[in-house]
Design a binder for this molecule. Structure first.
Ligand code: FEO
Length: 170
C-alpha cells in the first residue's frame, strides 16, 4: 500500500476511535444526568464510530498496509447542558468531515482510485451525521429551558434510536 495513503488512513483510524471514545463519555454523562434517551442515542453513536474505525482497519490490512490501533486517553467528561454536548458533537463531526476530505484529496494526488472509491462511503456518512447533529441542535434551541420540552426531546431520541435499529434490521 502507498505509504502516504497508509499514513492518512491510520490518522483517520485514530480519529474514528477518538470519536467513539468521546461519544461514549458523552453517553455516560447523559445517563448519569438522567437523560436516558440521549444516553442510548450516544451509546449507539459511539458503536457506529467504532464500526467506522473497524472498516478502515480491515481495509488497510487487506490491502497490504498495517493498521495502527491507537491508545486512547480517558478524560473526565462533564457538560453544562445538552446543548453543549451536541455543539461539541457537531464540531467534532465537522473536523472528521475535513479530515475525510483531506484523505480523498490525497487519494487523487496519489492516483489511488481504489481508496478513493472506498472513502466515498465516509463522505456520504458525514453528510448524514452533520445534518443530524444540526437538526438536534435546532430542536434544543427551540426547547430552550422548557423542562417538558426537554423530557419529550429525551424520549424522542430514545424512539429515534429504536426506529433506526429497526430500519437497519429490516
Ligand atoms: Fe465516523 Fe462521525 O465520524
Amino acid at each position: 500500500m502507498n505509504k502516504r495513503i497508509e499514513e492518512v488512513l491510520n490518522k483517520q483510524i485514530e480519529l474514528e476511535a477518538s470519536s467513539s471514545h468521546h461519544y461514549l463519555g458523552m453517553a455516560s454523562w447523559a445517563e448519569n444526568a438522567g437523560y436516558n434517551g440521549v444516553a442510548s442515542f450516544l451509546y449507539a453513536h459511539s458503536d457506529e464510530e467504532r464500526q467506522h474505525m473497524l472498516r478502515l482497519v480491515k481495509f488497510v490490512n487487506e490491502r497490504g498496509g498495517k493498521a495502527i490501533i491507537p491508545s486512547l486517553k480517558s478524560d473526565v467528561i462533564s457538560f453544562e447542558s445538552l446543548q453543549e454536548v451536541f455543539e461539541q458533537l457537531l464540531s467534532h463531526e465537522v473536523a472528521v468531515t475535513n479530515s475525510i476530505n483531506e484523505v480523498v484529496f490525497i487519494c487523487l494526488e496519489e492516483k489511488d482510485y481504489t481508496t478513493h472509491t472506498f472513502m466515498q462511503w465516509y463522505v456520504s456518512e458525514q453528510l448524514e451525521e452533520e445534518a443530524l447533529a444540526r437538526t438536534i441542535l435546532d430542536k434544543l434551541k427551540l426547547i430552550g429551558n422548557d423542562k417538558g420540552g426537554m423530557y419529550l426531546f429525551d424520549r424522542d431520541l430514545e424512539n429515534f434510536q429504536a426506529d433506526s435499529i429497526a430500519n437497519e434490521q429490516a
